[in-house]
Design a protein around this ligand. Structure first.
Ligand SMILES: NC(=O)c1ccc[n+]([C@@H]2O[C@H](COP(=O)([O-])OP(=O)(O)OC[C@H]3O[C@@H](n4cnc5c(N)ncnc54)[C@H](OP(=O)(O)O)[C@@H]3O)[C@@H](O)[C@H]2O)c1
Length: 271
C-alpha cells in the first residue's frame, strides 16, 4: 500500500507503539497515537513532524474505542506482561488480566476497524504478538498463550477479510528495548518456588546470552512499517534480527506459509 491516509496505533504512550506511531508519520501517514493517558503523548506531535495526533483509547474500555472513519492501518500494539510463574502457581487473575488486554481488548478494537476498512475498500490490520510463541519458554505459558491466541485470530481474520481488500499482518518481536523488556530483566518469579528454582536459575543465566540481540524500538518500528507496506508479503514478520532469524528457522521446519497459503486461497472470495 501507499504510505498515505490515516493509521491508528494502540498503546502508543511508550515503547514499540510510540516508535511505530512516529515511524508511520515519517513515512507519510496521518497517525492517531492512542493511549490510556493522553498526557503521556506529550511531544509526540513534534516528533512525528506534525502528522501525529494523540487520542485516549483504553482497549479494555469499549466506550473509548472511537476509530477514524478513514482508517487505513490499525496497529494493535497495546499489551501487558506479568510475573513469569509455573502453570501450577500462576494465579487465574493473571491469566485473565493478560487475556483481557492482549486478546479481548485487541478483538474489541479490531471489531470496530473491520467495517470501516471494508467501507473504504481495504486496509491493513497489524497485530503485535511475540516471537516467544515460537519457543517453549518455561514460566511464560500465560503470556505466550495470549499472544498465540492473537496469532490464531489473525489467521481466521485474514481468511474472512481478504475479500474486502484487508490484509492482516502479525509482528512477532524479539527483545526490543522498552519498559516491558526492562521489567522482565530479572529472574522469573518461579525462582521463589523450590521445585522450579534450578530451572528458573538456568533460564536467568541463558537470558544473559541474548543481551547483544536487544534492539532499539525505532529500529523495530522501521521494520514494522516495512511489513505494513509489503503488499505481497507473508502473514508473519519479525522486527529485529533475532525474531527474523527465529521465524526463518521455524519456517524451514514448519513451512507455515506453504501450509496456510493454499487454505487462504481456498477460503477466499475474490473482491
Ligand atoms: N519489548 C519486547 O521485547 C517485546 C517482545 C515481544 C512482544 N512485545 C509486545 O509488543 C507490544 C508493545 O510492547 P512494549 O515492549 O512497547 O511494552 P511497553 O513499553 O510496556 O508498552 C506497552 C504499551 O501498551 C499500553 N497498554 C497496556 N494496557 C493497555 C490498555 N488496556 N489500553 C491501551 N494501551 C494499553 C501501555 O500503556 P500505558 O503507558 O498506559 O501503560 C503502553 O503504551 C506488546 O504487545 C508486547 O507484548 C514486546
Amino acid at each position: 500500500m501507499e504510505a498515505k491516509g490515516t493509521a491508528l496505533v494502540t498503546g502508543a504512550s511508550r515503547g514499540i507503539g510510540r516508535a511505530t506511531a512516529i515511524a508511520l508519520a515519517e513515512r507519510g501517514f496521518d497517525v492517531v497515537a492512542t493511549m490510556r493517558d493522553p498526557a503521556a503523548g506529550e511531544g509526540l506531535s513534534e516528533e512525528g513532524g506534525g502528522r501525529v495526533r494523540v487520542q485516549r483509547l483504553d482497549v479494555n474500555d469499549p466506550a473509548s474505542i472511537v476509530l477514524p472513519v478513514d482508517l487505513r492501518v490499525l496497529v494493535n500494539n497495546a499489551g501487558v506482561e506479568d510475573d513469569n510463574l509455573p502453570l501450577e502457581t500462576m494465579p487465574s487473575e493473571i491469566w485473565r488480566k493478560l487475556f483481557e488486554t492482549n486478546v479481548f481488548g485487541l478483538v474489541e478494537v479490531t471489531k470496530n476497524a473491520v467495517p470501516l476498512m471494508r467501507a473504504r475498500g481495504g486496509g491493513v490490520i497489524c497485530n503485535v504478538t511475540s516471537s516467544s510463541i515460537l519457543a517453549p519458554v518455561p514460566f511464560l505459558g500465560a503470556y505466550r498463550a495470549s499472544k498465540a491466541a492473537v496469532g490464531a485470530i489473525g489467521e481466521s481474520l485474514q481468511a474472512e477479510v481478504a475479500q474486502f481488500g484487508i490484509r492482516v499482518v502479525e509482528i512477532m518481536p524479539g527483545p526490543i528495548e522498552t519498559d516491558m523488556l526492562a521489567a522482565s530483566d530479572r529472574p522469573a518469579g518461579a525462582i521463589a518456588d523450590e521445585p522450579y528454582r534450578a530451572l528458573a536459575e538456568m533460564m536467568w543465566a541463558s537470558r544473559q546470552n541474548i543481551r547483544d540481540a536487544y534492539t532499539p524500538a525505532p529500529e523495530a518500528a522501521r521494520r514494522i512499517v516495512d511489513a505494513i507496506l509489503d503488499d505481497d508479503g507473508p502473514l508473519r514478520y519479525g522486527c529485529d534480527d533475532m525474531s527474523e532469524g527465529m521465524l526463518e528457522g521455524w519456517r524451514m521446519v514448519a513451512s507455515d506459509d506453504a501450509w496456510l497459503r493454499p487454505m487462504f486461497d481456498a477460503f477466499s472470495i475474490s473482491s
